[in-house]
Design a protein around this ligand. Structure first.
Ligand SMILES: [Zn+2]
Ligand SMILES: [Zn+2]
Length: 131
């Protein structure tokens, strides 16, 4: 990561938990994990999650209502994300494809409307599950 972002103590704790997780984490399992570290208020966790999303450190997987750490240092502060989700094993990967983001950045619909942000989720079977 090129940019150094200062996170508050709560944000750092929450971020570390999401970073270490092998799968997208739901808010309640984050809460369960931070309670061991002395943060008890759900409010604080939600505030930390909002901030981490805002600065692009984590992303929310809407269809799973869960959070993943950003694996793409280029998309800090970005509101444009795409994920591939395996419908069998629930593996989630952040898609980092310059062609796709370039296409979507220039995309206009029939009325000429352009989009500032998107949060795409593609579903299919990962390599492992295809076998
Ligand atoms: Zn990202
Ligand atoms: Zn799979």
């Amino acid at each position: 990561m090129t940019q150094v972002q200062t996170l508050s103590k709560n944000q750092q704790v929450v971020f570390d938990i999401i970073l270490k997780a092998k799968e997208p984490l739901k808010a309640y399992s984050i809460l369960y994990n931070v309670q061991k570290k002395g943060i008890n208020a759900a409010q604080q966790i939600y505030r930390a999650l909002d901030k981490l999303i805002e600065v692009g450190k984590i992303h929310k997987i809407e269809s799973r209502n869960a959070f993943v750490a950003c694996k793409n240092s280029n998309c800090e502060m970005s509101k444009a994300t795409a994920f591939s989700i395996c419908e069998s094993c629930e593996q989630v990967e952040e898609i980092n494809d310059k062609n796709l983001s370039r296409y979507l950045a220039g995309y206009k619909d029939k009325t000429g409307m352009k989009y500032q942000k998107y949060n795409l989720e593609f579903f299919g079977l990962c390599k492992k599950c295809k076998k």
